[in-house]
Ligand binder design. Structure first.
Ligand SMILES: [Cu+2]
Length: 310
């Protein structure tokens, strides 16, 4: 090979490898089964007659890339007593057919293109929707941006889903009158707060200086959240998690019921922040998550399956 050709080839390869990495769109199959189960809703283990996706509150995190085609299958477990449905806020679909409920033992499918990047609520929309959400039928779908450089790379990621606890989920009148007893993160009262509940055994962990990304969903069904890290400042906030919506240096950001946003937090020092809904009746009844910053933070937390601390 002559010298000129060698140089041209080398320059061509350099351009090729320096070009932005844009991930390829894929077809992603997602299956979720609705399950009616008893679940603990506090650190003492008090159980609640929950309705769920896959037996968990929140349901599994669904994660796809912008541009992917999602082939979704909903299974309504045959041991259930109620109809259930799926409403993905990341989808553009037909509410009458795609989001329609199915009976116990039935299965349905619909397909959508994940066109907008971000963090989106998903929930059951079967009638009465307020009851299906209050009982726990919700979760998060993350649509990662096509361009991986669209947002700064996080060192850890956590998911927090806020919801209200209604003592008797059969009492629809009390629900309409907004008579909730507690507000929870990830389906537990003070689940991540050993300060207010000595039975709490879990909290979030990170190292000082790390960029911690919190995917926050407000499942409601009724209350607005004023999402704030006590003793910290949100470095960045992206409403709906879309990189085009970037905000900087925010103390709080309001996330309404049925909405989601992405929050980045960086602590310059060791210690703790308390992530709360600063609507204080919500915080003081359970919506507090402690994040501990220390150099010996568990390296597994905030990665893989542990972006939801179960
Ligand atoms: Cu349902």
């Amino acid at each position: 090979m002559n010298r000129y050709l060698q140089l041209t080839l080398a320059a061509g390869l350099a351009v090729l490898f320096a070009a932005p990495v844009v991930t390829q769109a894929e077809v992603v199959k997602v299956t979720l089964t609705s399950k009616e189960v008893d679940l603990p809703i506090d650190n003492k283990g008090t159980t609640y007659k929950a309705w769920t996706f896959e037996g968990k509150i929140p349901g599994p995190v669904v994660r796809v890339k912008q541009g992917d085609t999602v082939e979704f299958t909903l299974i309504n477990d045959k041991s259930n007593k109620n109809s259930h449905s799926m409403d993905f806020h990341a989808a553009r679909a037909d509410v009458v057919t795609d989001f329609a409920p199915i009976k116990p033992g039935e299965t349905k499918q619909f397909t959508f293109s994940a066109d907008y990047p971000g963090a989106f609520f998903y929930h059951c929309g079967a009638d009465p929707m307020m009851q299906h959400i209050a009982r726990g039928m919700f979760g998060l779908i993350i649509v990662d941006p096509k361009d991986p450089a669209a947002m700064p790379k996080p060192d850890r990621e956590y998911v927090l889903v806020q919801s209200e606890l209604y003592p008797n989920p059969e009492d629809r009148e009390a629900m309409m009158a907004n008579k909730w007893s507690n507000v929870m993160f990830n389906g537990g009262v003070f689940k991540y707060d050993p300060v207010h509940d000595s039975n709490a055994t879990r909290w979030l962990q990170a190292k000082p200086g790390e960029r911690v990304r919190v995917y926050f969903v407000n499942a409601g069904p009724n209350e607005f959240s004023s999402f704030h890290p006590i003793a910290g400042i949100w470095d960045k906030v992206w409403p709906s998690g879309n990189p085009a919506n970037e905000m900087t240096g925010m103390q709080s950001f309001t996330v309404g019921p049925g909405d989601a946003a992405v929050f980045d937090l960086i602590s310059p020092k060791a210690g703790a922040n308390a992530i709360v809904s600063h609507s204080l009746k919500q915080a003081l009844t359970g919506a507090i998550a402690v994040i501990m910053f220390s150099d010996d933070a568990d390296p597994n937390m905030g990665h893989g399956e542990q972006i939801v601390v179960r």
